[in-house]
Design a binder for this molecule. Structure first.
Ligand code: PFF
Length: 456
């Protein structure tokens, strides 16, 4: 048993590896698909400002909280709470996190499947039109099918499952280390193209000129939910990754770097998309299909566009895959450590379960379209229930746990690497954030935001 535990606690092998993996979790479909369309649906710049506040004041402190208890306990999301408070039901917070991982994976693998499919569609010349109606049709045909989207969802699960089975260092770390720099370079290239389109200015002002009349409580809830989803916090993914982080790593510094880099990638995705949206006469509020319709039209209007488009979807696929690795790892770390399953068994059973649940998300664009939960299709329900409810609620409890239960002395010890780093002032500011600002802000937004939803 002891030996078993040691084998499982592989850990990331270098600082670069840690950043790559954590950033690999944060950067994903959230940046390239969700951030642009949610921003588009909520009025642009004013939404982004609220989002940035949510990241700085809520998302970042929760990320750090998760890293602190993850690294300290060297445990999965459930085990961490059990180790620190064996006699109280705090482990349920981790349990809700594992559930969230399943629910997010259900719709995330569906969208990732569309992205994988687009690699082949763009390479095979099925997306060569510069007319939005044509690219729109390709998308609608894909998602409203049955076997094609299910097939791609299964491919996604097999790919992520294979990497996860290879382990933390050889799987997760190795893959994310290659992906991140390439993704960044490609985004720069696409940004340049988008910015030089005639009519790009309108898109930029949509992104950067706030109109505060657009801010409602619904918008604030959307921004908070997106901040949680984006940074992969509120569900123990960062506890799990935290448990693989070396004890000499400067945790606050790393969390700040990750949050900044992640935000930068989101903004760069916005710059890639919105100038093109306006230049091609689209509406910014078309929802989830934004990426799948706009990006092909942009690429098709540039020299060597087809090659770039293939690259773009390859990289989006890899970014999505990096994020899914962390979602899967939440479940795998939990089941291997709490039930002593082998990594192989855990992975196979998990992807099977996600495949079944995920098919209901995928088919909610076709044969399950008329089935709704709280007035939402399965796809939308999994998305809403996690981003706007489970993750923020998880965030409240993680903050309360670290701020009030675990407390200042323990936080200080872990955050300063047992006194090696001199960051007392930072710890004090952090305690105020995690004890008061984070829980109060989330509770307020949830109360008002969810009540409003009942009236809508
Ligand atoms: N942060 C990922 C994204 O923005 O695509 C999504 C995600 C990954 C959410 C891992 C939650 C998580 F645990």
């Amino acid at each position: 048993m002891k030996k078993d535990m040691h084998q499982k606690r592989e850990g990331f092998s270098s600082s670069i590896g840690v950043i790559a993996a954590v950033l690999g979790s944060a950067v994903g479909l959230g940046n390239i698909w969700k951030f642009p369309y949610v921003t588009g649906a909520n009025g642009g710049a004013a939404f982004i400002l609220v989002y940035l506040l949510c990241v700085a004041l809520v998302g970042l402190p929760v990320m750090l909280a998760e890293h602190l208890i993850g690294r300290h306990t060297k445990s999965n999301a459930v085990g961490a709470f059990k180790k620190l408070e064996p006699r109280r039901p705090w482990f349920l917070v981790g349990g809700a996190g594992v559930l969230s991982a399943f629910l997010i994976m259900a719709f995330y693998t569906s969208v990732a499947g569309w992205v994988y499919a687009y690699i082949f569609k763009s390479a095979g010349g099925m997306l060569i039109s510069t007319k939005p109606e044509d690219t729109s049709l390709v998308f609608t045909t894909l998602v409203s099918g049955v076997t094609e989207p299910l097939f791609w969802q299964i491919v996604v699960l097999l790919v992520t499952g294979t990497i996860i089975m290879a382990g933390v260092t050889k799987g997760i770390e190795r893959v994310t280390k290659i992906l991140m720099p390439i993704l960044f370079i490609l985004l720069i290239i696409i940004d340049i193209r988008s910015l030089t389109l005639p009519g790009a200015a309108e898109g930029l002002s949509f992104l950067f000129k706030p109109d505060f009349s657009k801010i409602t409580v619904g918008v604030i809830l959307a921004a908070l939910g997106l901040a949680f989803f984006k940074l992969s916090v509120g569900m123990g993914a960062m506890i799990t990754y935290g448990s693989y982080i070396d004890k000499n790593e400067n945790l606050p510094k790393m969390a700040i770097k990750v949050a900044l880099a992640d935000t930068l990638v989101s903004l760069m995705a916005g710059i890639a998309i919105f100038p093109a949206v306006f230049a091609f006469g689209f509406k910014p509020d078309v929802g989830p299909k934004l990426l799948f319709v706009i990006i092909p039209t942009v690429f098709n209007s540039m020299p060597f566009g087809r090659i770039f488009m293939v690259f773009f979807f390859v990289l989006t696929a890899i970014a999505a895959t990096g994020a899914m690795l962390s979602l899967l790892e939440v479940i795998i770390a939990y089941s291997t450590e709490q039930y002593q399953w082998t990594r192989r068994k855990a992975t196979l059973l998990t992807i099977l379960a996600i495949g079944l649940l995920g098919s209901t998300a995928t088919l909610s664009n076709s044969i399950l379209a008329q089935f709704t939960v709280f007035g939402k299709t399965f796809f939308d329900f999994y998305d809403f229930a996690t981003s706007n409810v489970l993750l923020p609620v998880g965030g409240i409890f993680i903050a309360l746990f670290v701020g009030w239960q675990w407390g200042h002395t323990n936080v200080k010890r872990e955050m300063s690497n047992e006194g090696q780093l001199k960051n007392d002032g930072l710890v004090r500011v952090y305690m105020v954030l995690i004890k008061y600002v984070v829980p109060i802000a989330i509770v307020l937004v949830l109360l008002v935001g969810l009540k409003i939803l009942q009236f809508e």
